[in-house]
Structure formats: structure tokens, C-alpha cells
Design a protein around this ligand. Structure first.
Ligand SMILES: C[S@@+](CC[C@H](N)C(=O)[O-])C[C@H]1O[C@@H](n2cnc3c(N)ncnc32)[C@H](O)[C@@H]1O
Length: 337
């Protein structure tokens, strides 16, 4: 796709813009920009002849007024039999874009990255999202477009700032509602233990939006921990107690009114979570569950409670999001006594 424009001296710009608009030549999707003493007026193909007195240029990085869809930008660059595989969704984390690209169009990854930058000109880099690795959920990313050094960003979500490096730590915008739901449940004066705190995904919104007395935020990955400390400072919260270490060993016992288990594979930690509670309290337990074993999270909670001779009441089970085909990420709210 070519993006034509005419280069007009500033003194003539207003007159020529009006003329271009009156004959329907101005491309309304692109912004008028300036270049030294000139104004760049985007025009549509077919109207070149109407502006012979001015220099005709092809814009390399036009700025779009109205967001075009990725499909529109790519339709002339990807063969029609593959266009069904053009990604329809992607994540914008602050000013960085992560996109999953199916193998069918992986040879067009660069074009997809460039198209996304064109649609979102304020973003600094685009990365192919190849999934997350291991217990630390470290992202695997491939650089596609923009500035490869642009990996650190700050995302504003629910009134909280989250600073992090997209190459070092994960961030799930899909869990946004869950973070506020939990923050909204907390009663004044509660003590909370967040066993998998990351960069503060749950701890920061709780500190900002609830009247919790204290939040123990435990994180094993020093890189995530670094951003947890940074986010406590950015959000000016003072009631988080950060702990660097493995929550299996460093979770305090008998202190909490509520324990958050925000890791999708943490069933081996349920007994530790129960021990963190005062005599009784709430647990919010996350798990990635294949639909074939839907009852598994509730069974695991009940088994762990009975191991410790405790009673457990299941209050709620909700889907956080689809995790992969046939697997859902759920959270179970339970009361242990
Ligand atoms: C899946 S992330 C948290 C995601 C978050 N709940 C969200 O909504 O985006 C899990 C975090 O737990 C940390 N983690 C994994 N195993 C841990 C352990 N044994 N002790 C403490 N933190 C751990 C990881 O490093 C990661 O930062």
C-alpha cells in the first residue's frame, strides 16, 4: 500500500487543504504533519494530477487518525488464502505490543509487526508472543518491529501503575476484573498474604483500593521482585511487606485473614496457604483446569483442608479466562475454618 501526500509551503497549506477536501482528495484516515517549512497533506491515489504544482511524496510512516484494522493494513501484503490467519487480537501493554502469530503466517511476522506499529503509532515496539516458560511464567518473545531496546513499560490499570519489562516478566491484562473483584472483597483491617505476587498484580490494587492493614507480597523471581518494589514506590503504597523467596518456605504462618494463590499451577501450595491463615479465613485459589476434570480444583482444596483437619466451604468458582483449547483458568473462593 502506498501512502501519497503533497508537500506544500506553510503559507499555502490552508488553501490547499481546503481545495483537497472540497474535491474529496484528502485522505481522512491520515493526519496532516509538518516538515520544516512545509506541511504534508495526505491525499488519496487518483488525485495526483490535481496538485501538479507541488511535490508528491510517499509517506513511509504515516500517522493514522482513525485506527485502521490490522486486516485493512495487511490485506495487500498477505496472500488472500492466508488472510484468515491474520491475528485479530493482540495485547497492548503500556506502549509495547505483544501478538500471537499462528505458524501459517509466521513468515509474515515482520509485516504483522509493522502493521501494528502503523495502527498504534504511539507504541515503541512489537513482539511475537511465543508463550510463557516454567513456574516463573517467564515470557518468550521474538522482536518484530519498532525499537528492540524498548522492553520496559508502564501500564496504567484500574488506577494503578505497573512498571515491568515485557521480556522478563509476564503481565495478564485478561485478569483485570479479577484483581478488582478481590480488592473489593477485603474488609477494613484485613491481613492478606499474596503468595505469588509478581510485580504486584494483586497486591498493588489491594493496597490502593481497599483498607487492608497489611499485605505480605511473596515473589521468587528477583526480576519481578525488583518491579514489585518499584511499583510500591510508583503507587505510593506503604502497607505492602515484600518478601523475596519461595512461598513454599517463606510464607508466614497464622497471620492472614485472606490468602491469594494467583498462580495457575499451585496446588502443591494449598496446605501452606491454609497454614498462613489465622484460625479461619479466605483462600482465592487459581488453577488452569482441563474441562474433562472440572471438579479438580475443589477436590484439591478439600483434600488439603482435610489433611490439616480443617473444614472448608466452597463459596464460588468462576472462570477468569480461557487458557488454551479445552482448558480454562478458574478461581475458587473458599472459606477455611
Ligand atoms: C502467574 S504470575 C502471577 C500472575 C498474576 N496473578 C496476574 O494476574 O497477572 C505468578 C508469579 O508467581 C511467581 N512464583 C512462581 N513460583 C513461586 C514460588 N514458589 N514462590 C513465590 N513466587 C512464585 C512467578 O515468578 C510469577 O511472578
Amino acid at each position: 500500500m502506498t501512502f501519497l501526500a503533497i508537500k506544500v509551503p506553510k503559507s499555502k497549506a490552508d488553501e490547499i487543504r481546503k481545495r483537497a477536501e472540497s474535491i474529496g482528495a484528502k485522505d481522512r484516515d491520515r493526519l496532516i504533519t509538518t516538515e520544516g517549512d512545509y506541511v504534508i497533506i495526505p491525499i488519496l491515489e487518483g488525485f495526483e494530477d490535481k496538485f501538479k504544482d507541488f511535490e508528491l511524496i510517499e509517506q513511509e510512516n504515516p500517522i493514522f487518525i482513525r485506527e485502521k484494522s490490522i486486516y485493512e493494513v495487511l490485506k495487500n501484503k498477505i496472500p488472500s488464502d492466508l488472510q484468515n490467519y491474520i491475528p485479530r487480537s493482540y495485547k497492548i501493554l503500556g506502549d509495547i505490543i505483544l501478538v500471537k502469530i499462528s505458524n501459517e503466517v509466521s513468515s509474515y511476522s515482520k509485516e504483522i509487526g509493522e502493521a501494528l506499529l502503523r495502527i498504534h503509532p504511539k507504541c515503541r515496539s512489537v513482539w511475537r508472543d511465543l508463550g510463557k516458560e516454567g513456574a516463573l511464567r517467564r515470557p518468550t518473545l521474538e522482536f518484530l518491529a519498532g525499537d528492540p531496546r524498548a522492553t520496559e513499560t508502564t501500564k496504567l490499570e484500574n488506577g494503578c501503575y505497573f512498571k515491568f519489562d515485557v521480556k522478563k516478566v509476564m503481565f495478564s491484562p485478561g485478569n483485570q476484573y479479577e484483581k478488582m473483584r478481590v480488592a473489593g472483597m477485603i474488609e477494613e483491617g484485613e491481613v492478606v498474604v499474596d503468595m505469588f505476587a509478581g510485580v504486584g498484580y494483586f497486591s498493588i490494587p489491594i493496597a490502593k483500593h481497599s483498607r487492608a492493614r497489611k499485605i505480605y507480597a511473596i515473589e521468587i523471581n528477583p526480576e519481578s521482585y525488583h518491579y514489585l518494589l518499584e511499583n510500591m514506590r510508583l503507587n505510593e503504597v506503604t502497607n505492602i511487606i515484600p518478601i523475596l523467596g519461595d512461598s513454599k518456605f517463606v510464607t508466614p504462618e497464622g497471620v492472614a485473614d485472606r490468602v491469594l494463590m494467583g498462580h495457575i499451577n499451585c496446588h502443591e501450595f494449598i496446605e501452606v496457604a491454609i497454614r498462613a491463615l489465622k484460625n479461619e479465613g479466605f483462600i482465592h485459589y487459581h488453577e488452569a483446569v482441563p474441562l474433562a476434570v472440572k471438579d479438580r480444583p475443589v477436590r484439591r482444596l478439600k483434600d488439603a483442608a482435610s489433611q490439616l483437619s480443617k473444614e472448608i466451604k466452597i463459596l464460588n468458582l468462576r472462570k477468569v479466562k480461557n487458557y488454551s483449547p479445552g482448558v480454562v483458568h478458574v478461581v475458587v473462593d473458599a472459606y477455611v475454618y
